[in-house]
Design a protein around this ligand. Structure first.
Ligand code: FPP
Length: 248
Protein backbone atom coordinates (compact mmCIF):
# COMPACT_ATOMS: atom_id res chain seq x y z
CA UNK A 1 0.00 0.00 0.00
CA UNK A 2 1.38 3.38 -1.05
CA UNK A 3 0.99 5.73 1.92
CA UNK A 4 1.63 8.72 -0.33
CA UNK A 5 -1.42 7.98 -2.46
CA UNK A 6 -4.19 7.51 0.08
CA UNK A 7 -7.82 8.51 -0.45
CA UNK A 8 -8.71 11.63 1.52
CA UNK A 9 -12.29 10.53 2.06
CA UNK A 10 -13.54 6.95 2.35
CA UNK A 11 -17.28 6.24 2.57
CA UNK A 12 -18.53 2.80 3.58
CA UNK A 13 -21.82 0.94 3.16
CA UNK A 14 -21.48 -1.54 6.02
CA UNK A 15 -23.54 -4.48 4.82
CA UNK A 16 -23.88 -8.16 5.67
CA UNK A 17 -24.18 -8.17 9.47
CA UNK A 18 -27.36 -10.23 9.35
CA UNK A 19 -25.97 -12.84 6.96
CA UNK A 20 -22.75 -13.07 8.95
CA UNK A 21 -24.80 -13.89 12.06
CA UNK A 22 -27.11 -16.30 10.24
CA UNK A 23 -24.09 -18.26 8.98
CA UNK A 24 -23.21 -18.78 12.64
CA UNK A 25 -26.81 -19.70 13.55
CA UNK A 26 -27.05 -16.55 15.64
CA UNK A 27 -29.56 -13.72 15.55
CA UNK A 28 -29.00 -10.58 13.50
CA UNK A 29 -28.11 -8.41 16.49
CA UNK A 30 -25.07 -10.61 17.10
CA UNK A 31 -23.92 -9.58 13.62
CA UNK A 32 -24.40 -5.88 14.39
CA UNK A 33 -22.39 -6.30 17.60
CA UNK A 34 -19.54 -7.85 15.63
CA UNK A 35 -19.90 -5.03 13.10
CA UNK A 36 -19.09 -2.49 15.82
CA UNK A 37 -15.62 -4.01 16.14
CA UNK A 38 -15.11 -3.45 12.40
CA UNK A 39 -16.13 0.19 12.90
CA UNK A 40 -13.42 0.49 15.57
CA UNK A 41 -10.81 -1.08 13.33
CA UNK A 42 -11.65 1.05 10.32
CA UNK A 43 -11.42 4.20 12.46
CA UNK A 44 -8.05 3.15 13.83
CA UNK A 45 -6.78 2.36 10.31
CA UNK A 46 -7.82 5.83 9.10
CA UNK A 47 -5.90 7.33 12.02
CA UNK A 48 -2.86 5.18 11.29
CA UNK A 49 -2.92 5.86 7.53
CA UNK A 50 -3.74 9.57 7.82
CA UNK A 51 -7.09 9.38 6.03
CA UNK A 52 -8.82 12.54 7.28
CA UNK A 53 -12.48 11.82 6.38
CA UNK A 54 -14.55 8.68 6.91
CA UNK A 55 -18.29 8.35 6.30
CA UNK A 56 -20.18 5.35 7.67
CA UNK A 57 -23.69 4.42 6.58
CA UNK A 58 -25.12 3.32 9.92
CA UNK A 59 -28.90 3.63 9.42
CA UNK A 60 -30.77 4.61 6.29
CA UNK A 61 -34.23 6.11 5.97
CA UNK A 62 -35.25 2.76 4.49
CA UNK A 63 -33.96 0.83 7.55
CA UNK A 64 -37.09 1.93 9.49
CA UNK A 65 -38.83 -0.94 7.67
CA UNK A 66 -36.87 -3.47 9.80
CA UNK A 67 -38.42 -5.27 12.79
CA UNK A 68 -38.77 -2.88 15.74
CA UNK A 69 -36.72 -5.20 17.96
CA UNK A 70 -33.75 -4.98 15.59
CA UNK A 71 -34.05 -1.19 15.32
CA UNK A 72 -34.06 -0.84 19.13
CA UNK A 73 -31.03 -3.12 19.39
CA UNK A 74 -29.18 -0.96 16.84
CA UNK A 75 -29.91 2.18 18.92
CA UNK A 76 -28.65 0.46 22.06
CA UNK A 77 -25.47 -0.59 20.26
CA UNK A 78 -24.89 2.92 18.98
CA UNK A 79 -25.44 4.45 22.42
CA UNK A 80 -23.12 1.98 24.12
CA UNK A 81 -20.49 2.49 21.39
CA UNK A 82 -20.57 6.24 22.04
CA UNK A 83 -20.32 5.79 25.81
CA UNK A 84 -17.54 3.22 25.65
CA UNK A 85 -15.46 4.74 22.88
CA UNK A 86 -15.86 8.47 23.45
CA UNK A 87 -12.69 8.83 25.59
CA UNK A 88 -10.51 7.09 23.01
CA UNK A 89 -12.12 9.02 20.13
CA UNK A 90 -11.34 12.29 21.92
CA UNK A 91 -7.81 11.19 22.79
CA UNK A 92 -7.10 10.27 19.16
CA UNK A 93 -8.36 13.53 17.67
CA UNK A 94 -11.50 12.07 16.10
CA UNK A 95 -14.42 14.38 15.46
CA UNK A 96 -17.85 12.75 15.16
CA UNK A 97 -20.39 14.44 12.89
CA UNK A 98 -23.97 13.37 12.17
CA UNK A 99 -25.30 13.35 8.61
CA UNK A 100 -29.05 12.78 8.45
CA UNK A 101 -32.24 13.91 10.17
CA UNK A 102 -32.47 14.11 13.93
CA UNK A 103 -36.27 14.21 13.73
CA UNK A 104 -37.64 10.73 14.15
CA UNK A 105 -34.70 9.42 16.18
CA UNK A 106 -35.48 8.37 19.76
CA UNK A 107 -34.52 11.08 22.32
CA UNK A 108 -31.86 8.90 23.97
CA UNK A 109 -30.16 8.43 20.59
CA UNK A 110 -30.26 12.20 19.96
CA UNK A 111 -28.71 12.82 23.40
CA UNK A 112 -25.91 10.34 22.78
CA UNK A 113 -25.21 11.86 19.35
CA UNK A 114 -25.26 15.40 20.78
CA UNK A 115 -22.82 14.33 23.45
CA UNK A 116 -20.51 12.76 20.86
CA UNK A 117 -20.67 15.88 18.63
CA UNK A 118 -20.02 18.20 21.57
CA UNK A 119 -17.24 16.21 23.21
CA UNK A 120 -15.34 15.55 19.98
CA UNK A 121 -15.86 19.02 18.46
CA UNK A 122 -12.17 19.91 18.61
CA UNK A 123 -10.97 16.67 16.95
CA UNK A 124 -8.76 17.51 13.98
CA UNK A 125 -7.12 14.27 12.85
CA UNK A 126 -10.12 12.37 11.53
CA UNK A 127 -13.68 13.43 10.84
CA UNK A 128 -16.11 10.52 11.11
CA UNK A 129 -19.48 11.30 9.53
CA UNK A 130 -22.11 8.92 10.81
CA UNK A 131 -24.95 8.72 8.29
CA UNK A 132 -27.89 7.96 10.54
CA UNK A 133 -31.52 8.33 9.53
CA UNK A 134 -29.94 9.39 6.25
CA UNK A 135 -31.07 9.14 2.64
CA UNK A 136 -29.33 10.67 -0.39
CA UNK A 137 -32.56 11.78 -2.05
CA UNK A 138 -33.78 13.29 1.22
CA UNK A 139 -30.52 15.20 1.56
CA UNK A 140 -30.86 16.64 -1.95
CA UNK A 141 -34.54 17.49 -1.44
CA UNK A 142 -33.71 19.15 1.89
CA UNK A 143 -31.04 21.28 0.21
CA UNK A 144 -33.47 22.28 -2.56
CA UNK A 145 -36.05 23.27 0.06
CA UNK A 146 -33.54 25.37 2.02
CA UNK A 147 -32.37 27.10 -1.15
CA UNK A 148 -36.01 27.78 -2.10
CA UNK A 149 -36.54 29.41 1.29
CA UNK A 150 -33.46 31.60 0.83
CA UNK A 151 -34.71 32.64 -2.60
CA UNK A 152 -38.11 33.54 -1.14
CA UNK A 153 -36.40 35.63 1.53
CA UNK A 154 -34.46 37.41 -1.19
CA UNK A 155 -31.05 36.21 0.08
CA UNK A 156 -30.25 34.24 -3.08
CA UNK A 157 -31.24 34.81 -6.69
CA UNK A 158 -32.12 31.74 -8.84
CA UNK A 159 -29.12 32.49 -11.05
CA UNK A 160 -26.85 32.22 -7.98
CA UNK A 161 -27.67 28.51 -7.69
CA UNK A 162 -24.47 26.91 -8.92
CA UNK A 163 -23.03 23.45 -8.22
CA UNK A 164 -20.92 24.91 -5.40
CA UNK A 165 -23.81 26.80 -3.85
CA UNK A 166 -26.02 23.72 -4.00
CA UNK A 167 -23.30 21.58 -2.39
CA UNK A 168 -23.00 24.08 0.45
CA UNK A 169 -26.55 23.18 1.53
CA UNK A 170 -25.76 19.47 1.86
CA UNK A 171 -24.64 17.76 5.09
CA UNK A 172 -21.25 17.38 3.43
CA UNK A 173 -20.72 21.13 3.00
CA UNK A 174 -16.99 21.86 3.07
CA UNK A 175 -15.98 18.18 2.98
CA UNK A 176 -14.20 16.81 -0.11
CA UNK A 177 -16.24 14.24 -2.04
CA UNK A 178 -15.46 10.59 -1.23
CA UNK A 179 -12.54 9.26 -3.28
CA UNK A 180 -13.49 5.71 -2.46
CA UNK A 181 -16.83 4.09 -1.65
CA UNK A 182 -16.66 0.61 -0.18
CA UNK A 183 -19.61 -1.76 0.00
CA UNK A 184 -19.31 -5.06 1.82
CA UNK A 185 -21.28 -8.30 1.35
CA UNK A 186 -21.20 -8.38 -2.43
CA UNK A 187 -24.20 -6.19 -3.28
CA UNK A 188 -23.60 -3.90 -6.26
CA UNK A 189 -25.95 -1.15 -5.15
CA UNK A 190 -25.67 2.41 -3.83
CA UNK A 191 -28.84 2.21 -1.69
CA UNK A 192 -29.55 5.94 -1.53
CA UNK A 193 -26.09 6.72 -0.10
CA UNK A 194 -24.42 10.10 -0.84
CA UNK A 195 -26.03 10.38 -4.27
CA UNK A 196 -24.65 13.85 -4.93
CA UNK A 197 -21.17 13.34 -3.47
CA UNK A 198 -20.17 10.09 -5.19
CA UNK A 199 -20.39 11.40 -8.76
CA UNK A 200 -16.69 10.63 -9.36
CA UNK A 201 -15.90 8.25 -6.51
CA UNK A 202 -14.18 4.95 -7.12
CA UNK A 203 -16.39 2.05 -6.03
CA UNK A 204 -15.05 -1.09 -4.39
CA UNK A 205 -17.36 -4.02 -3.68
CA UNK A 206 -16.16 -6.98 -1.64
CA UNK A 207 -17.99 -10.23 -0.85
CA UNK A 208 -16.72 -10.06 2.72
CA UNK A 209 -19.47 -9.39 5.29
CA UNK A 210 -19.05 -6.23 7.37
CA UNK A 211 -18.09 -8.03 10.63
CA UNK A 212 -15.18 -9.62 8.73
CA UNK A 213 -14.05 -6.33 7.21
CA UNK A 214 -10.97 -5.63 9.28
CA UNK A 215 -7.56 -4.06 8.61
CA UNK A 216 -6.41 -6.57 5.96
CA UNK A 217 -9.65 -6.17 3.98
CA UNK A 218 -9.53 -2.39 4.27
CA UNK A 219 -5.96 -2.51 2.98
CA UNK A 220 -7.11 -4.54 -0.05
CA UNK A 221 -9.74 -1.88 -0.80
CA UNK A 222 -7.14 0.89 -0.65
CA UNK A 223 -4.75 -1.09 -2.85
CA UNK A 224 -7.50 -1.56 -5.42
CA UNK A 225 -8.21 2.18 -5.30
CA UNK A 226 -4.53 2.94 -5.84
CA UNK A 227 -4.56 0.96 -9.08
CA UNK A 228 -7.41 2.96 -10.59
CA UNK A 229 -6.86 5.77 -13.05
CA UNK A 230 -9.13 8.64 -12.00
CA UNK A 231 -9.96 10.58 -15.13
CA UNK A 232 -12.81 12.88 -14.02
CA UNK A 233 -14.11 12.96 -17.60
CA UNK A 234 -10.71 13.42 -19.25
CA UNK A 235 -8.90 10.93 -21.48
CA UNK A 236 -6.20 8.54 -20.36
CA UNK A 237 -3.71 10.34 -22.65
CA UNK A 238 -4.42 13.68 -20.99
CA UNK A 239 -3.79 12.15 -17.56
CA UNK A 240 -0.45 10.66 -18.72
CA UNK A 241 0.57 14.00 -20.23
CA UNK A 242 -0.26 15.85 -17.00
CA UNK A 243 1.83 13.34 -15.05
CA UNK A 244 4.81 13.93 -17.36
CA UNK A 245 4.47 17.72 -17.02
CA UNK A 246 4.22 17.64 -13.23
CA UNK A 247 7.22 15.27 -13.05
CA UNK A 248 9.41 17.87 -14.85
C1 FPP B 1 -26.14 -3.78 7.42
O1 FPP B 1 -26.18 -5.17 7.64
C2 FPP B 1 -25.86 -3.06 8.65
C3 FPP B 1 -26.66 -2.12 9.21
C4 FPP B 1 -27.96 -1.69 8.65
C5 FPP B 1 -26.28 -1.45 10.44
C6 FPP B 1 -24.87 -1.02 10.53
C7 FPP B 1 -24.60 -0.58 11.89
C8 FPP B 1 -23.53 -0.91 12.65
C9 FPP B 1 -22.39 -1.71 12.19
C10 FPP B 1 -23.46 -0.44 14.04
C11 FPP B 1 -23.60 1.03 14.34
C12 FPP B 1 -22.65 1.93 13.69
C13 FPP B 1 -21.76 2.78 14.27
C14 FPP B 1 -21.19 3.87 13.46
C15 FPP B 1 -21.31 2.67 15.67
P1 FPP B 1 -27.56 -5.92 7.38
O2 FPP B 1 -28.27 -6.03 8.67
O3 FPP B 1 -28.30 -5.24 6.30
O4 FPP B 1 -27.05 -7.33 6.92
P2 FPP B 1 -27.79 -8.33 5.88
O5 FPP B 1 -27.86 -7.60 4.58
O6 FPP B 1 -26.87 -9.51 5.85
O7 FPP B 1 -29.13 -8.62 6.46
Amino acid sequence: MDLTNMPRHVAIIMDGNGRWARKRLMNRVYGHEAGIESVRQVISCCLKWNIPYLTLYAFSKENWARPQSEISALWQLLISFIHKDLPSLIENGVRVIHWGDKEGLPPEVCHAIDEALRETASGKKLHVHVALNYGGRHEITRAARMIGEEILKGNIRPEDVTLDLFASFLFSSGVPDPDLVIRTSGEHRISNFLLWQIAYSEIYVTDVYWPDFREDEFKKAIESYQQRERRFGRTSEQIQQERCVSAL
